[in-house]
Design a protein around this ligand. Structure first.
Ligand code: GLN
Ligand code: ZN
Length: 769
């Protein structure tokens, strides 16, 4: 364990804090501004108040050095684009006319301007706005936001450290501006960009910054030799500037690998490194790099992206090891606390037993402070905290919730055969063809139909007690009848019930599974003013009773056409929840898979001949490091097969995936062994069909022919031409016709027309086969 004496003073810090405020004040203020009900000044004032409250809270809780510049009206990568003057030409006028409105134009578009592309921040659920660069991009330093936020914190008497997206990560996250040739690499702008960073660093120093943090999470991904060279050059140049604050280069979300020696050698004064999850490998790696003796090491030992209490003793021993390696060791979270909810204290509906295992941003801050005190004052000084922490961890480990003997026994008894269909695809396909009797190019949808205001009102009415369960069920049944009537009239072949009873494709199941816990205020920023409240996989998972069978059966009773049963798959259930950290994810996935397997089997017993299990998030939680991907995909696809393999030969299993470039996971699709896969493809002009065709994918595929992300109605001839493209790659016997994804975010008028065109197109192409 750690030393008893107090060898050195460790500082407590964090890299960023949730922006929204206790009651999501920021969301309300920004949306109010958009609607015109709040002025820009009012918005600025609320934002300044929230920043002040956060800093004062952090300081009062014992944080020695608060972060500044991490605040954002929308996204910190977009803020970086503004800071660098890298505003794409099409927004220039808007930004000049009004910087705030121009900023929001880049973020969310206007009537005339499309927004910047938005994509996921590494493997988190936070989305950033992708910088657009070209060989002509001119960078100009605008340090106003960074400087003024630093000054705000300094004026409160606080020690503050500006946090900036680092130059290499900024370029690696950028894309080519429209029309720029493929040969252009954003990284080629590095030298120009460094000059601009130099000016910003000088401005921050002039404004009183002792340290500036440069975030380089791109260093934890597999990088080419050229990219590593660029990283080395970047920090040699930045380090060589004389008029600058001390530099702290931060990385997080995974291990640094080959980038670690590069950073260790760089002429910067500090490194902030993640020691949690897959990044725990950094600890061993550090022992073999030289150059840390004279550096400040900020140790990310408190996981900044899960919601579980820290194992304080374990962190202390990590810190003790680090103190043998670096000149100065400080304590932090592994990444910005932006990725976790604000405060456990706001939760009054969670079982107190579970509550004691949870740490949101505020609790994580306290853990960091405790650990820093443990180093500075010796572990005796934090004996009470250590005892309480040990007790909570022991209670969690011994809890009935995390140790359901039935679930454990069932998982332990799973064999390889349990996750395999009884016969191979060709034989299944023949049996399913005989049972279903579908035409060539069968038409179907991905599951949901428009979630109308009436449906949302019905749910709200039920919650508020304005209607009872029976009345609510009647409304859902009426909606199902309408959805079915439309599909019959349009001429679709495999119908769906439309998912009107689901608030969300993960939450709906989480609410019905034992072992899952819901939060009341556990909001996390997904993008801009959109916040999500992921459910918590807290204990062993089991299914007390059937979850969807009633609705699917009801739907099937209303029509002679097959109705697809519709479930969310195990990997997606994990990806969009907070997952327990006291066992491998693969174990949790198996538990969820077994619960879903019972649902699949019950759907079949209830008469379903087609069952779809959605895995839209399979690609999303793919590990950042390629070396870790095979293991992830192995357990992920096994969980899918475990969910779906208990059915009869002639029951057809579908899966669905979207939001992806499929290139990385074609093999995984094969491993899932679903009879039919519907995949997003409309925007990429059926690219996935060709990728699958080239790879010799043997099963049935429905590459999407209707882009559901836009209200635009695709014409019949357009769908016909997409289908012909699909037929170039996939034979007619194995090609399905469906939209890209569910229709819940669309309106009925456009859905009616689009699906009618889809059916008409299928008929037209069928006639030519
Ligand atoms: N079945 C779901 C739906 O249609 C699938 C959603 C998704 O893939 N994101 O809504
Ligand atoms: Zn989808």
């Amino acid at each position: 364990m750690t030393t008893q004496s107090a060898p050195t003073a460790a500082r407590a810090t964090v890299y960023g804090y949730p922006r929204q405020g206790q009651n999501r004040e920021l969301k309300k203020a920004i949306e109010g501004y958009w609607k015109g009900t709040a002025s820009a000044d009012a918005l600025r004032q609320i934002a300044a108040e929230l920043r002040r409250a956060n800093w004062q809270q952090l300081a009062a809780d014992g944080i020695d050095e608060v972060p500044t510049g991490d605040f954002s009206y929308y996204d910190h990568v977009l803020d970086t684009t503004v800071m660098l003057g890298a505003i794409p030409d099409r927004y220039r006028d808007a930004v000049e006319a009004d910087p705030l409105d121009g900023y929001f134009a880049m973020a969310r578009g206007t009537q005339e301007l499309a927004p910047l592309e938005m994509t996921k921040w590494f493997d988190t659920n936070y989305h950033y706005l992708v910088p657009e660069l070209s060989p002509d991009t001119v960078f100009t330093a605008d340090s106003t936001k960074q400087v003024s936020e630093l000054q705000e914190a300094v004026a409160l008497g606080l020690k503050a450290r500006p946090v900036l997206v680092g130059p290499v990560t900024y370029l690696l996250l950028a894309k080519r501006a429209p029309g720029v040739p493929d040969s252009f690499e954003p990284l080629s702008l590095l030298d120009k960009l460094l000059t601009t960073y130099g000016e910003i660093l000088a401005d921050l120093r002039a404004a009183g910054a002792e340290w500036v943090q440069l975030d380089e999470p791109a260093f934890v991904q597999d990088r080419t030799a050229d990219e590593l060279d660029a990283a080395a050059r970047a920090y040699a140049v930045l380090g060589g500037f004389t008029d600058r604050p001390k530099l702290l280069v931060a990385s997080y979300f995974d291990r640094l690998g080959e980038a670690l020696p590069v950073l260790a050698k760089a002429p910067v004064e500090g490194l902030a490194i993640d020691f949690t999850g897959p990044a725990a490998a950094n600890l061993d790696a550090l022992a073999s790099v030289a150059g840390l003796r004279h550096k400040r090491l900020v140790a990310g030992v408190v996981n900044g992206r899960n919601i579980w209490i820290n194992d304080l003793s374990r962190s202390l021993s990590t810190l003790a090891t680090l103190m043998g390696l670096a000149g100065q060791v400080d304590v932090s979270s592994s990444c910005s606390l932006l990725h976790v909810p604000l405060d456990v204290a706001a939760e009054n509906d969670i079982d107190p037993e579970v509550l004691a295992w949870l740490a949101f941003a505020r609790q994580k801050t306290a853990e960091i402070v405790t650990l820093a005190r443990g180093i500075t004052e010796g572990t005796e000084a934090i004996e009470a905290e250590l005892t309480a922490n040990r007790a909570a961890l022991e209670a969690r480990a011994g809890s009935a919730l995390t140790n359901d003997p039935e679930v454990r026994a069932r998982v332990a008894a799973v064999t390889e055969a349990d996750s395999r269909r009884s016969v191979a695809y060709p034989e299944r396909a023949a049996a399913q063809r005989a049972r279903l009797g579908l035409p060539l190019l069968p038409t179907t949808t991905v599951g949901s139909f428009p979630q109308t205001t009436e449906l949302r009102t019905a749910r709200a009415d039920l919650r508020a007690g304005r209607i009872d369960a029976a009345q609510y069920d009647e409304r859902i049944e009426a909606e199902i009848r309408e959805v079915l009537a439309f599909q019959e009239k349009a001429g679709l072949d495999v119908l769906v019930h439309g998912e009107p009873e689901r608030n969300d494709m993960v939450q709906y199941f989480a609410e019905q599974l034992d072992g899952y816990v819901a939060t009341q205020h556990g909001w996390v920023q997904s993008y801009g003013t959109r916040y999500v409240r992921p459910p918590v996989l807290a204990g062993d998972i089991s299914r007390p009773k059937a979850m969807t069978v009633r609705w699917t059966q009801y739907a099937q009773s209303q029509t002679d056409k097959p109705v697809k049963g519709m479930l969310t798959g195990p990997v997606t259930m994990l990806a969009w929840s907070f997952v327990r950290d006291d066992q491998p994810r693969s174990e949790t996935a198996r538990q969820v898979a077994l619960a879903l397997r019972d649902e699949v089997n019950d759907l079949e017993a209830g008469g379903a001949s087609v069952i779809q299990v959605d895995e839209p998030a399979l690609r999303e939680t793919l590990p950042l490091r390629k070396a870790d991907r095979a293991a992830y995909l192995a357990w992920g696809t096994e969980a899918f097969r475990l969910t779906t393999s208990g059915v009869r030969v002639d029951t057809q299993i579908h899966t669905h995936m979207c939001y992806v470039e499929f290139g990385d996971i074609l093999n995984a699709l094969d491993e899932m062994d679903a009879d039919v896969a519907s995949l997003e493809a409309a925007r990429s002009h059926m690219q996935v069909a060709h990728e699958l065709g080239d790879a010799g994918y043997p099963r049935e595929v429905g590459p999407g022919v209707y882009d559901i992300h836009s209200p635009r109605v695709p014409g019949t001839s357009e769908i016909v031409s997409l289908l012909r493209k699909g037929l170039d790659a996939i034979p007619a016997e194995r090609l399905w016709v469906n939209p890209d994804c569910g229709l819940k975010t669309r309106g009925w008028p456009e859905v009616r027309d689009s699906l009618q065109h889809l059916v008409n197109a299928a008929h037209e192409v069928r006639g030519t086969l």
